[in-house]
Design a protein around this ligand. Structure first.
Ligand code: SAM
Ligand code: SF4
Ligand code: SF4
Length: 371
């Protein structure tokens, strides 16, 4: 019998304390990294906890009752989050996505949404404020989220077949409850709703067509995500990745599709439209087609570490600054310097590097920095 190796995952990811530049230049929204990429999208993980145990994200054998989730005192408070978000907006961020873990588990999340919804870009526009959820608490919370100022929502759902879905979330959670959450979100006007399906070959790829048919001719935009090699705990294998091109082929064979233009530069999903007017789908090909060239996303972990790439193994400890005696000008300048030095482009380099989850370099886990 071969011994099963259970990979480690904890919060002690390396993080540098950011340098405060000697000359403080005020943010002008024109920040660019070393590859000329602007900063437009901030993803904030509001909790590292989750009530699901999706095997591709928080496998049960690692995230069990002995796992040390972050204590409350480590989490950025809503005031700290608002202050950080305001500095990022000054640097050009136009979109904020709340994620996790399961963001709806964070107590009084509506309050944070209310605070963030007041922010304005330097041109005076409201932010594109959204949230990604597993949908388990959505039926109950949709109205409060909408009332607080959330504009739209993304719900993850990996199958319509109840047994497959219960197996994938690994806590026996039924499909019907997530569908009711999606309906509630539609009712209260949290649209356009996106539904994310992570496709794992051999696990749920035979659900692709059923999912496509469930959401055709509805305003919901279904997006298929390639199973990614994030973190070091999800036992990623290339042969479990179904390339998005095959997802499109399978749907196209039954319901013909045509490619459509992206909505915005840096958008992760490639868009396709049903020729019969049945609406659109998206595919996110993070493994088979690198989209680093336009990547304008930064990620803030639950404890205030800034990550410049989903596959980073080191963060920048903004919390140390937020809880130190630093002014907004100083912290904004530190963030500016971090972004200016960014040259991450993991997906583009992946093929050259050969994806290797056991290379000794600890990569950050998905539930900790969000998707
Ligand atoms: N708990 C929420 C949820 O599941 O929607 C938000 C956090 S979750 C980390 C964000 C997104 O990342 C989800 O759509 C999830 O399916 C996706 N995700 C997690 N692990 C993944 C992996 N290994 N490959 C591709 N997508 C993944
Ligand atoms: Fe939880 Fe979302 Fe990760 Fe699933 S993908 S374990 S729902 S954080
Ligand atoms: Fe952005 Fe990193 Fe993903 Fe490339 S691999 S698209 S740089 S998050």
């Amino acid at each position: 019998m071969t011994e099963k190796v259970i990979p480690l995952a904890d919060h002690r990811y390396a993080a540098r304390v950011p340098v405060i530049p000697a000359h403080l230049t005020a943010p002008d929204g024109l920040l660019a990294d070393r590859l000329g990429r602007p900063l437009r999208d901030l993803r904030i993980s509001v909790t590292d906890r989750c009530n699901f145990r999706c095997s591709y994200c928080m496998p049960k054998e690692v995230f069990d009752k002995h796992y040390n989730f972050l204590p409350q005192s480590s989490l950025l408070s809503f005031e700290e989050l608002l202050r950080t978000a305001r500095l990022f907006v000054a640097h050009g961020v136009q979109k904020i996505r709340l994620t996790g873990g399961e963001p709806l588990l964070r107590k009084h999340l509506e309050k944070l949404i209310g605070m963030l919804s007041e922010l304005r870009t330097p041109e005076g526009r409201p932010l594109d404020l959204t949230l990604t959820t597993n949908g388990s608490l959505l039926e109950r919370k949709a109205q409060a989220l909408k009332d607080a100022g959330l504009q739209r929502i993304t719900v993850s759902l990996d199958a319509l077949d109840d047994a497959i879905f219960r197996g994938m979330n690994d806590v026996d959670f039924p499909v019907a409850d997530v569908l009711r959450g999606i309906e509630a979100a539609e009712r209260v006007g949290l649209g356009p709703i996106k539904v994310n399906m992570v496709v794992k070959r051999g696990t749920n790829d035979h659900e692709i067509l059923a999912m496509a048919e469930r959401f055709r001719h509805t305003p919901v935009i279904l997006r298929f995500i390639e199973f990614m090699d994030v973190g070091a705990t999800n036992g990623w294998r290339m042969d479990e990745v179904l390339p998005s091109a095959q997802v499109v082929e399978r749907i196209h064979a039954v319901h013909p599709l045509e490619a459509i233009e992206p909505n915005a530069t840096g958008e992760t999903a490639e868009r396709w439209r049903y020729l019969d007017g049945g609406g659109e789908i998206g595919v996110i090909s993070s493994v088979t087609q690198a989209f680093c060239r336009d990547c304008n996303r930064a990620r803030l972990s639950t404890e205030g570490k800034l990550f410049l790439c989903l596959f980073a193994n080191e963060g920048h400890d903004l919390r140390a600054l937020l809880r130190g005696n630093y002014s907004d000008e100083q912290i904004a300048a530190a963030i500016g310097l971090i972004w200016q030095n960014r040259d991450e482009r993991y997906s583009e380099l992946r093929s050259a590097m050969q994806a290797d989850t056991g290379s000794g370099q600890r990569r950050v886990e998905m539930h900790y920095i969000g998707g």
